[in-house]
Design a protein around this ligand. Structure first.
Ligand code: ADP
Length: 198
């Protein structure tokens, strides 16, 4: 039986980070569908894990099909989708994990709310604008969604029939029409190293 247990209520984030020697942050990837958010988040997650950095990706698969499966694509539902993701990302960051979120998150006010949530908890929030012109992402169209949106089969499609409000001051601005996936990952890693987050 363990005898050296000391009760310690309400451990703070700083105490947790000191004990497990890891930093928690949220990297918030935003951009049009097919701009490359998931591809970059996957490559970055793999890289970070290989370096021994605890990282976890929140994306459509584990959020839209689970926690948020009750939500659609109206503006109200998109707001709620992002609000819940913000709260979950904050919890991951608080647990000293690098939370990687890859969602279109088209509305500035929702992303700003996600940022404020982290600011209030003194957790770093890094907005990464995964940028590519509409012509480029429409040509990529890996899931055929732009085609369906143009045909009116999919309503409320960001960039076609719904707005995308580009970040005004993202911490990182990637151009996936000009930079390769590896270059994009390198830009983010360099930023994290310079800021001593990893
Ligand atoms: P999103 O998550 O933003 O909807 P995806 O990552 O699912 O986008 O799809 C982006 C597509 O664009 C993929 O097929 C990917 O291979 C391709 N692609 C081409 N160049 C890049 C790049 N520089 N960065 C990321 N994806 C790229």
């Amino acid at each position: 039986m363990a005898t050296n247990i000391t009760w310690h209520g309400n451990i703070t984030h700083e105490e947790r980070a000191t004990l497990i020697k890891k930093n928690g942050i949220t990297l918030w990837l935003t951009g049009l569908s097919a701009s490359g958010k998931s591809t970059i988040a996957c490559a970055l997650e793999t890289y970070l894990l290989q370096q021994g950095v605890q990282a976890y990706r929140l994306d459509g698969d584990n959020i839209r099909f689970g926690l948020n499966k009750d939500l659609g694509f109206s503006e109200k539902d998109r707001n709620e989708n992002i609000r819940r993701i913000s709260e979950v990302a904050k919890l991951f960051a608080d647990s000293c994990t690098v939370a990687l979120t890859s969602f279109i998150s088209p509305y500035r006010k929702d992303r700003d709310a996600a940022r404020k949530l982290h600011d209030d908890a003194k957790l770093p929030f890094i907005e990464v604008f995964v940028d590519a012109p509409l012509e480029v992402v429409e040509k990529r169209d890996p899931k055929g969604l732009y085609k369906k949106a143009r045909e009116g089969i999919i309503k409320n499609f960001t960039g076609i029939s719904d707005p995308y409000e580009a970040p005004l001051k993202p911490e990182i601005h990637l151009h996936t029409d000009k930079q390769t996936v590896e270059e994009c990952v390198q830009v983010i890693v360099k930023y994290l190293q310079e800021k001593k987050f990893i």
